[in-house]
Write a protein that binds this ligand. Structure first.
Ligand SMILES: Nc1ncnc2c1ncn2[C@@H]1O[C@H](COP(=O)(O)OP(=O)(O)OP(=O)(O)O)[C@@H](O)[C@H]1O
Ligand SMILES: [Mg+2]
Length: 511
């Protein structure tokens, strides 16, 4: 490896957007056959750097070499011709086209110079999906009908549909459950064994240890460390490089509550769920949530977790059972009734469900609170802005300007804007679906602290997360779901990660 030139070097790359210097002289060196992890806080410049590499952004300055030769990545086609493929953080698939059409979009497979279409394109797509461990995805299906995890696989198939030498994955694991992550890592190992280089971006530091060879850390648009060994560099050092400080406690301290004998348990439940059912999605569910309590739902993607939250919220109609707030039954299937009663839902798919992409941060943050800021029908802009400012500050949103357009924010900061909206709203019951997806470790600690503080002030929280440590670290009580049924309930402090994984994976639960 030492004698051959690196496959890729990026030197002193600079890129500014109006008002922001996203990259300020970044260096990156990637060798063939390695997994090179790119780390950094939300807004550090990771996605911008890989968009330069993909030919999607023109850098203002800097040099790029490929196998020792200077190159200009002036367009996505130029990057693709070199063998650079990119799986973006915000998947760029076309929902109204079929799987096969998406796989070969702009890159139709050719046979002896003839474009291959129809049945042969479907067959080629089918082979790629099989290689990726997902033969069940039908190449003729519309991408819009697939789950987030399946869409991830389709964009991987697209990346592999032409000759690749370097593949960039921007937070590929964010939408995947543990099984799927194992599958992803198997694919990565196969690629690197063939000499393909992988640039891997993730906020889950434990993944870096599992598959990374070397690490480059970005901070505020600069590379603060390049090519550190992934297996021997201590996590605390990496976190300190990323954040510029040491993060000692990620999770806030849990109030000490010996089971059911303290003040919290004595309070009446604010949310009661009685026999709530949706056939084919989840079995009759009973649940009580008291003010101040954080309850976690653990389970695999597809175990019914999000469906439960959406049904409580009235976005899906239940087949049986009811939801009560402060003892008063809600009209079933009515979001309006749920919101009036004080329930909030921060949903999982931020782009599709939650954000007004063309609007400012401020309007996104206050969209569900507008009625609180109108006096005699007039919007109280000043109160609205003050509230938006507070939310932006408390969650350290970057840039901290409520007038910035939401689409220009980094992925993690968009997620914070979704949460700010709900944390601001002053609900009684907050349903959180994957709240920290794509959020960096420093900001997570802040977010957890805000959630815990709101709980201490009386909010009840129902939390869904694919990351078991998050459920165990933040929740007071955990319900473990498997195929739509609660298979175990326990105080979080009595569970550990292995036990929860055993329970969700239906293997033989350890006694
Ligand atoms: N099109 C754009 N217009 C204006 N500013 C932008 C644009 N794209 C990115 N930025 C800004 O550039 C900076 C770097 O963003 P980038 O998306 O590269 O961060 P990131 O490291 O990928 O973060 P995350 O972990 O949240 O995904 C941020 O301040 C972001 O707001
Ligand atoms: Mg990003």
């Amino acid at each position: 490896m030492a004698t051959r030139p690196p496959l890729l070097t990026m030197n002193r790359i600079t890129k500014s957007f109006p008002g922001v210097r996203a990259l300020d002289g970044v260096d990156l060196e990637v060798h063939a056959g390695e997994v090179h992890c790119l780390l950094g806080q939300n807004g550090a410049g990771k996605s911008t750097l890989i968009k330069v590499l993909a030919g999607a952004h023109r850098p203002d300055d800097g040099e790029i070499t490929w196998a020792g030769e200077p190159v200009s990545l002036s367009s996505p086609t130029a990057a693709m011709r070199l063998g650079i493929a990119t799986i973006y953080q915000e998947l760029d698939l076309v929902g109204g086209l079929s799987v096969a059409e998406n796989v070969f979009l702009g890159n139709e497979p050719t046979s002896a110079g003839f474009v291959v279409r129809g049945g042969r394109a479907r067959a080629a797509a089918g082979r790629l999906l099989e290689r990726l461990g997902h033969p069940e995805i039908d190449p003729a299906r519309l991408v819009g009908e697939l789950s987030a995890a399946q869409q991830q696989i389709v964009s991987m198939a697209r990346a592999l549909s032409h000759e690749v030498r370097l593949i960039v994955m921007d937070e590929p694991s964010a939408a995947l459950d543990p099984d799927e992550v194992d599958n992803l890592f198997r694919i990565v190992a196969e690629l690197t064994a063939d000499g393909v280089a992988v640039v891997y971006i993730s906020h889950r530091l434990e993944e870096i240890r599992r598959i990374g060879d070397r690490v480059t850390v970005l901070k505020d648009g600069r590379s603060v460390a390049g090519g550190l060994p992934a297996d021997t560099t201590p996590t605390r050092d990496i976190v300190a490089l990323m954040t510029g400080r040491t993060v000692e406690h990620v999770f806030p301290e849990r109030p000490d509550r010996p089971d059911d004998t303290d003040g919290t348990a004595a309070r009446d439940p604010v949310l009661t769920v009685e026999g709530l059912t949706r056939s084919g999605e989840f079995a009759p569910l009973d649940l009580e949530l008291r003010p101040g309590e954080i309850v976690g739902l653990a389970g695999l993607v597809g175990s019914g977790r999000s469906e439960i939250l959406e049904t409580i919220y009235g976005a899906r109609t239940s087949d049986a059972g009811r939801v009560l707030v402060d003892g008063v039954p809600l009209r079933p299937g009515s979001v309006r009734a749920a919101v009036r009663a004080g329930i909030g839902l921060a949903p999982e798919e931020r782009k599709a469900q939650a954000l007004l992409m063309l609007e400012s941060v401020g309007s996104n943050v206050s969209v569900s609170t507008l009625s609180r800021y109108s006096r005699a029908g007039w919007l109280d802009r000043r109160a609205e802005r003050a509230a938006a400012h507070r939310a932006v500050r408390e969650l350290s949103l970057r840039p901290d300007d409520p007038d910035a357009a939401i689409r220009t924010l980094s992925g993690g900061n968009q997620q914070k804007a979704v949460l700010a909206r709900w944390l601001l709203r002053g609900c009684k019951v907050l349903l959180l679906d994957e709240p920290t997806r794509g959020v960096d470790i420093g900001a997570r600690a802040e977010l957890y602290a805000v959630i815990r503080r709101l709980a201490d002030e009386g909010l009840a929280v129902l939390l869904v997360s694919s990351e078991v440590p998050e459920v165990l670290g933040l929740a007071d009580r955990v319900l473990v779901l498997r195929e739509g049924s609660v298979v175990h309930t326990a105080p979080a402090r009595e569970l550990d990660e292995h036990r929860v994984l055993d329970l969700v994976m239906e293997g033989n639960p350890t006694p």
